[in-house]
Design a protein around this ligand. Structure first.
Ligand code: PLP
Length: 237
């Protein structure tokens, strides 16, 4: 087993048994979550879906998910393959038409994923995970409509795809709840965290369902994740 710890996960909006892996940054949490997602399916599902406008970090895996500004990717190709970006449901500048209501915009994005990506390009059985920010940060502080994440959860459940919620920026109280996804009442399968978790000291975490955090022992690790200096800050704040 991946060297994770069982966690009671008191504030984490994932029910049932969970495990946590500590990291040193947001990007490391994303890299780990990508390995956990693909590794959970023993690489039988090599594709990952991400969103235009997303920011997930600056190392090679997280950069491949990032699509917020061209400069963040310029000159660094080739990217990690098998990442597909789809539009994000931006209610005020909906990529599918400015006259759509918020809900119609949410539906349009969900329909695009099912009808155009899964219908024309990639069989959903080859997709391991959908990575998303519950509120896009770097992409312009974009709040998706109410129907979006419940709809995304339904699609993910229909095809056995994992939902990975990047709360590196929005988590830890920034939106009035511990985690931003709670505003939609949806449970992701994995949550990535960093930034505010240790009030400025370098700490991050990946929390996921215990049955998903199942990489074989030795396949993922780090040296300083969950180090005592950063932890002391968590306990003090
Ligand atoms: C949503 C999100 N994910 C990941 C990251 C990467 O975090 P770090 O800079 O700690 O690597 C950031 C950083 O701004 C972020 O906003």
């Amino acid at each position: 087993m991946l060297s994770t710890h069982q966690c009671s996960g008191g504030i984490v909006p994932i029910s049932g048994d969970k495990r946590v892996f500590y990291t040193n940054s947001g990007t490391e949490s994303i890299e780990g979550a990508m390995k956990i997602s693909r590794g959970h399916f023993r690489n039988q599902r090599p594709y990952i879906i991400a969103f235009l406008g997303a920011f997930h970090g600056r190392t090679y895996g997280s950069m491949a998910l990032t699509a917020s500004k061209p400069i963040q990717r310029f000159g660094f190709n080739p990217m990690l393959p098998n990442v597909i970006h789809i539009p994000y449901p931006y209610p005020y500048r909906c990529p599918f038409g400015k006259n759509l209501t918020e809900e119609e915009c949410g539906e349009a994005v969900l329909g695009y994923l099912e009808d155009w990506i899964f219908g024309k390009m990639v069989d959903p059985s080859e997709v391991s995970a959908i990575f998303f920010e519950p509120i896009q940060g770097e992409g312009g502080y974009v709040v998706p409509p109410k129907n979006f994440f419940p709809g995304l959860r339904k699609i993910a459940d229909k095809y056995g795809i994992l939902l990975v919620d990047d709360e590196v920026q929005a988590g830890f109280g920034r939106t009035g709840k511990w985690f931003a996804i709670e505003h939609w009442g949806v449970e992701p399968d994995i949550i990535t965290m960093a930034k505010a978790i240790a009030a400025g000291l370098p700490l991050g975490a990946i929390v996921g369902r215990a049955n998903i955090m199942d990489l074989p022992k030795g396949s993922h690790a780090n040296t300083f994740g969950g180090n005592p200096v950063a932890w002391q800050q968590v306990l003090r704040s």
